[in-house]
Design a protein around this ligand. Sequence first.
Ligand code: BMP
Length: 261
Amino acid sequence: LDRLKMPYEERISHSSNAIAKRLFKIMSEKKTNLCIAADLTDAAEILNLAEAVGPHVCLFKTHIDIVEGFSEVFVKNLKSIAEKHNFVLFEDRKFADIGKTCQLQYSKGVYGVSSWAPLVTAHSLTGSGVLEALEQAEGLAERGVFVLAECSAKGSLIDDKYVKATVAMGVEKKSLVTGFVCQSKLFVEQPGFVQLTPGVQLGSSGDGLGQQYNTPEAVMLERGADVAVVGRGITKASNPAAAAVEYKKLLWDSYLKRISN
Ligand code: BMP
């Protein structure tokens, strides 16, 4: 069982997580494996971006704590755009505390993430109690977590032992875990999990603050990505919708090439 050779729709039956199943279905239907990193700080601009790139993405990734002008109306609007264009809202919160604290950060406070984001990210650093806590928290009935196994940043302190233990931890919790955030082929024999790979941009190798970029082809064909995350490559383009179409096409063509070989 090599996930890299399997079409996304065939992988639905291998997954135990509701959001991974939904994601594989959306990817097959919309023919896109592009996740936008919507790292804008203005609430209205985020909604405009969601409308513009919505038809071309499977996931819309936010950092809700950078948004100025957050409100319940903003969340309501974002949810309705997600429904209209059939993409999944994904809050990249990177939970990293003890389980109980993560549970409160997930479901309470200003952002109430668990009530609107079916997908979030978590670190494995503090152990599997975090996953247990996120699973038991109040919020949406169907939810998923991407566990961060590798980081795109230069000089990341994550080593091989941490990577292996992270994947083992996630695989143990397959009802909740949608997949892993990573930079290489870590779990090719586990077609039910999704590899999410950030650090993708054309015509740039880094941002001067540690971020390192690869091309869409390289992440899909060499690094084992299932979904690629593109932020500034799209948000800083003069025409974000056109840039999204360009990334979508390159990523999808690379996927077709991968499964046909
Ligand atoms: P950009 O394409 O503009 O560099 O944005 C990358 C996005 O992916 C950011 O939102 C960042 O938080 C996220 N990310 C990353 O860059 N590397 C990782 O290893 C994990 C991430 O979540």
